[in-house]
Design a protein around this ligand. Sequence first.
Ligand SMILES: Cc1cc2nc3c(=O)[nH]c(=O)nc-3n(C[C@H](O)[C@H](O)[C@H](O)COP(=O)(O)OP(=O)(O)OC[C@H]3O[C@@H](n4cnc5c(N)ncnc54)[C@H](O)[C@@H]3O)c2cc1C
Length: 548
Amino acid sequence: MTEEIDADILIVGAGGAGLLAALHALEISRKLKIVIAVKGLLGQSGCTRMVQGGYNAVLNPNDSLDRHFADTIKGGAWINHQELAWKLVEEAPRRIIELENKAGCLFDRNPDGTIHQKAFAGQSFDRTVHRGDLTGIEIMSNLRDSILESDIRVLQECRGVELLNGDGRIGGALLLDIRNGRLIVVRAKATLLATGGGATMYRISSPSLEKSGDGMAMAYRAGATFVDMEMLQFHPTGLLVGDSIATGGLLEEGLRGAGARLYNGLGERFMERYDPNKLERATRDVISRSSYLEIAAGRGSPANGIFLDASHLGEDFLKENFPGMVERCADYGFDLLHDRVEVSPSAHYQMGGVRIDVDCRTSLEGLFVAGEDAGGVHGANRLGGNGVADSIVFGGRAGDTMADYVLGRELSKTQVDGSRWERPDGSNGENPFALRKELENLMWEKVGVVRRGGDLESALAELEALAERVDRTNVDSLPAWNAALDAANLIVVGKMVARSALIRSESRGAHFREDFPSSDSAWLKNIVLKPDGSFECEPVCFSRLTPL
Ligand SMILES: Cc1cc2nc3c(=O)[nH]c(=O)nc-3n(C[C@H](O)[C@H](O)[C@H](O)COP(=O)(O)OP(=O)(O)OC[C@H]3O[C@@H](n4cnc5c(N)ncnc54)[C@H](O)[C@@H]3O)c2cc1C
């Protein structure tokens, strides 16, 4: 049985980007009928809630937008879309005020009452706004409350499965209620994808597990254009906790900033070999790569990781400055205060994604994208603190744009073939959970921290084979069906990552090719992937800042 809902705006995904979009659109017109579909629970799902470190914004008169912009572009190894990056920097301060004054968030204060800002890697000024080390919870709890106080309809535990096409534009989406297997058609004049990427396609990853590249896969199937899909960030210190879902959960960067050290399985402080000046304060990509190479060379820890040691910083210092990290380690039987903790690089964030303009429009009429599903803002590397700012800034912009876009428009006559999405019969196929594991291992080994042309080619062939097999998995229960849909979407995204990684025959930012270990200025280009299988390498447009 399929339920049908008509709306002005459909928002798929309810992290920072989705919720800000809804609130902004509503502020423009209280009459708008807005529907949010979220795969998890409102306010409890996605990565915005997991934000520990904080949100970058220029608030101090001694800082400047130009400095934040330059940090972002240098961090992105010069291939960011500069106008998107500028919007991020320009609007981030305004949104902080909005989060406090409208949504009711309260960030940490200096003694004089101004907002406290802390240092974060890659930044020339202390500009990271935070609420202790639980910034994401502060933001999401308040945004959720604002949504609950409104007339916005929220469909919880409903996943977007396919975009609807009609009259040559995107006209809503087909949803699946994952609690009972019911399909729901939402016809909408404007549709936003804000499902937060798919870094969970790797064996070790940090994002919340319900995120499985759904938005990107839906956009791909609908014919959207993607940019720089090879750019996937690995965080250097994800916890290793065996088969637990806690594996990949992060120990925050501030620990290394404060002086924590990294050792290999032989007890060597290996960063002395890779970056003798910055050591553990080197950037995320350098440390992740160095750790990966140590592990690959057989010098890893017993669980195939490396060790993080903060014990010399002292019990009092750690308890005062990193209470969340001390507690997280203790929860899994590690003693951060007195002992070494086993960690590994952990797939963390997709810089690549659907190509958008500064108003979150895509190449498809009626389709808008914001947050981690969109590409271009962060180039080849995202700075810590710029991720949540991105979701809040571009979520707000998407809401503004969509509210304008729907004015005076009719719903399109969408063609819905729900039968294509009914749960298939049959229980003879292979286990989708096992297939997903296979995918994660493949991505980790052949499309991971260190890449090689031959591996990428064989990964692409294996991904094709997985794509065929996933259609024949055993989906005789709702969780199995859900797992098969997740795996199918991750394969779509994984193929784009592998393809783009094969095309970029250089190393830049988070993308490291062992067969092309240097950056090449001829590659100051964006890789644009089109759904018809073609691609273009477009020279970066240095609209504001040019590399020296
Ligand atoms: C552990 C961790 C710590 C981080 N710390 C920081 C930090 O300190 N500073 C910083 O700037 N960034 C940080 N980040 C990155 C930051 O969290 C992201 O950049 C940002 O939150 C992404 O926001 P989003 O709105 O795009 O997606 P998310 O907040 O991830 O939300 C995605 C939403 O989409 C929903 N969804 C997924 N699939 C579907 C579907 N098919 N249908 C419907 N809904 C769907 C999810 O349930 C969720 O509600 C961190 C990330 C992690 C994992």
